[in-house]
Design a protein around this ligand. Structure first.
Ligand code: KG4
Ligand code: ZN
Length: 329
């Protein structure tokens, strides 16, 4: 935590959410005063995924209102802000640019420091919003629509990549499988929603899409699983009972997608001896992932921490947190 009191105004516009947040931090506490998210999901749903140019244009339309709302909800004025932060990479170029230019212009006009933040560093720092007590060293699993990576956090400025996906990201696989089955974007959310009405399966009931999965590869991989689901669907979609099969297909997919994450986390935790695992990114909202990681971590004496749901998917409070901790990737 910071030695002096900081009041940060942060922006996040790297994908399809226009976000602004005010976070206050003193020596012993971090407090989110506002966390405004203007979602474009209903617009992108029409196309089955995010359309970059449409995302940029809608960020430009929303950002002034989102910014004013963040200050208003926090009950602060710009005079009380000590620095301004924004996501500067990685992300959709035009989308990132909207938030960055808005934030930098504001900082220049008000003579305030501007802190550029890496989006992934933001996700990693999100854990401190829900668990301010967490201190390095620990292991962190970042699992989102664009990334699937495991890191060793030795210090906030000393983060080492342990392994990452060699093809698709886990969230991307959720999105593509959902789209294939006619479920709305974002796929992770609609798959989970469908499965809340179908909770009676146990492990032995799941179909296995990838035969002989080698979980001990040095990386994550999701394109094989995605293609296996696609092949299964093409083979069975003409059958009369196909619609009734969909919950079983997505439950089996979810199980295989999650098990890969669990195996790799446990393997690395056993190697490094770290006793804390934090999980972040949009897919960390997944209840099945939370359950399976908690079960397996308990067996090896590792404490697993998740952000509150509102800090799993993209938000600007996590960007403020990273700017306060000065997280470097
Ligand atoms: O972190 P995020 O908001 O954006 C990126 O940085 O990518 O993550 C979005 C991803 C999407 O792929 C979405 O399908 C997935 O997170 N997601 C979920 C859940 N909620 C969001 N995946 C599985 N289960 C969920 N409950
Ligand atoms: Zn993200």
């Amino acid at each position: 935590m910071a030695n002096k009191e900081l009041t940060v105004l942060a922006f996040e516009t790297s994908c399809d959410d226009t976000c602004a947040s005010v976070v206050q931090c003193s020596k012993n506490s971090i407090k989110v005063l506002s966390n405004v998210v203007s979602s474009q999901i209903d617009i992108h749903k029409l196309y089955g995924g995010v359309v970059p140019e449409i995302a940029s244009r809608n960020h430009a339309l929303a950002i002034q209102t989102v910014y004013e709302e963040a200050l208003q909800q926090a009950g602060v004025t710009l005079n009380e802000i000590t620095h301004i932060a924004a996501t500067v990479e990685p992300g959709l170029r035009g989308a990132v640019m909207v938030g960055r230019v808005f934030a930098e212009s504001l900082a220049t006009a008000r003579n305030l420091p501007f802190v550029p933040v890496n989006h992934l560093a933001g996700h990693i720092a999100s854990i401190t919003l829900s668990h301010p007590e967490v201190k390095p060293p620990f292991t962190t699993l970042l699992v989102s629509g664009g990334h699937t990576s495991l890191y060793h956090v030795e210090g906030w400025q000393d983060i080492k990549l342990l392994c990452e996906t060699c093809d698709d990201a886990c969230g991307e696989a959720f999105d593509k499988v959902a789209k294939l089955l006619g479920l709305p974007y974002p796929g992770g959310v609609s798959i989970e929603k469908l499965l809340t009405q179908n909770t009676s399966w146990t492990e032995k009931d799941f179909m296995q899409f990838v035969q002989n999965p080698n979980f001990h590869k040095p990386h994550f991989t999701y394109s094989g699983l995605k293609t296996a689901v696609l092949n299964y669907v093409r083979k069975h979609e003409k059958k009369a009972d196909f619609q009734q099969q969909i919950p079983h297909i997505v439950a089996s997919f979810q199980h295989e997608a999650v098990e890969q994450l669990v195996v790799k986390c446990i393997e690395n935790l056993s190697k490094t001896g770290n006793k804390i695992l934090s999980v972040c990114g949009g897919v960390s909202a997944n209840k099945y992932l939370r359950k399976r990681l908690s079960e397996e971590c308990e067996k090896i004496g590792v404490k697993v921490l998740f952000p509150e749901f509102k800090y799993c998917t993209d938000n600007a409070a996590m960007i403020a947190a990273a700017s306060i901790l000065n997280v470097m990737l």
